[in-house]
Design a binder for this molecule. Structure first.
Ligand SMILES: NC(=O)c1ccc[n+]([C@@H]2O[C@H](COP(=O)([O-])OP(=O)(O)OC[C@H]3O[C@@H](n4cnc5c(N)ncnc54)[C@H](OP(=O)(O)O)[C@@H]3O)[C@@H](O)[C@H]2O)c1
Length: 258
């Protein structure tokens, strides 16, 4: 039976990928520090990869800071890929970000770009799935940007996607041959971040209001079209407003990476 090791990602992504793969008959296992696997130190990595056919790399750095995230992603990637080579992994599927190579001034994006490079240079058969920002990430962004009841958001263009659609794209890549390249996956609609904030508060009013602030937060100053992908992107079907209606407030995840 094909063994697939899914490393990191929000609990949501990791468990949805594992669930989807198990329901199609794969031996999918989850790996994270809580399960005894630490990509940064290499602890538990060789053991979990024993007999693995496919690795899904969906871990993220605990820090957005440029130097810390670069160190985390490159060291972790090297540890995981060296073990994958030793144990004969046949396909390495990496979760990455749309626009990752277009923002060299952004430390987190630069770190993810370096992580992709480590994979391309590793000699492992691979597929990189670059996705847009997750729906589940919008509320945490708003939380980080709130001051005195006002949510400060820039008008940066995003094309957000439901975590379940990201998980489906990852599970599909696992079943396919290595692409030796990049696939982009995004949501069905392009929205500006300040508008996404308004849509969120209209569905879940809590007394806050959005103010447009082009200098606020992680997404300030990112030019149009960088985070939305090009016309080769696969478009997922779930719309943000429909997703908000179907999901209770507690569906929000903890704060993740951009
Ligand atoms: N969030 C987004 O909107 C978004 C959009 C596009 C792409 N992505 C990409 O998706 C990936 C996952 O991002 P995320 O937002 O889901 O991250 P996240 O919520 O911060 O989750 C990080 C994951 O990495 C694991 N992890 C942290 N340190 C680890 C270590 N030393 N060894 C093994 N696992 C470790 C964590 O395990 P524990 O749970 O045990 O701590 C957790 O499962 C990243 O590559 C990110 O760039 C994210």
């Amino acid at each position: 039976m094909m063994k697939v090791v899914v490393v990191g990602g929000t609990g949501l992504i990791r468990w949805q990928v594992v669930g989807m793969l198990r329901s199609s008959g794969r031996n999918a296992v989850s790996a994270a520090p809580v399960t005894g696997v630490d990509t940064l130190t290499g602890r538990g990595v060789a053991q979990i990869l024993k007999g693995a056919d496919v690795v899904v790399d969906a871990f993220s750095s605990p820090s957005f800071e440029a130097r810390a995230s670069l160190d985390f992603f490159t060291r972790s990637a090297r540890n995981l890929m060296a073990a994958a080579q030793r144990t004969g992994v046949q396909h390495y599927v990496m979760l990455s970000l749309i626009g990752v190579d277009q923002l060299p001034e952004n430390g987190y994006f630069r770190a993810k770009s370096a992580q992709e490079r480590v994979l391309r240079d590793s000699g492992l058969p691979y597929t990189i799935v670059r996705t847009a920002q997750f729906f589940e990430f919008i509320a945490p962004i708003m939380g980080l940007s709130t001051r005195e009841g006002r949510v400060h958001l820039p008008s940066t263009q995003l094309r957000p996607i439901a975590a379940v659609d990201v998980a489906a794209a990852i599970a599909a890549a696992v079943e396919e041959e290595p692409l030796y390249g990049v696939r982009q996956v995004a949501g069905p609609e392009i929205h500006r971040l300040n508008r996404l904030g308004e849509i969120t508060l209209a569905a879940r009013p809590d007394g806050r209001r959005v103010v447009t602030d082009e200098n606020a937060g992680l997404f300030a100053g990112i030019p149009d079209a960088v985070l939305t992908g090009d016309d080769t992107a696969t478009t997922a079907s779930t719309c943000y407003e429909d997703w908000l209606k179907r999901h209770p407030r507690k569906a929000m995840t903890r704060i993740g990476a951009p």
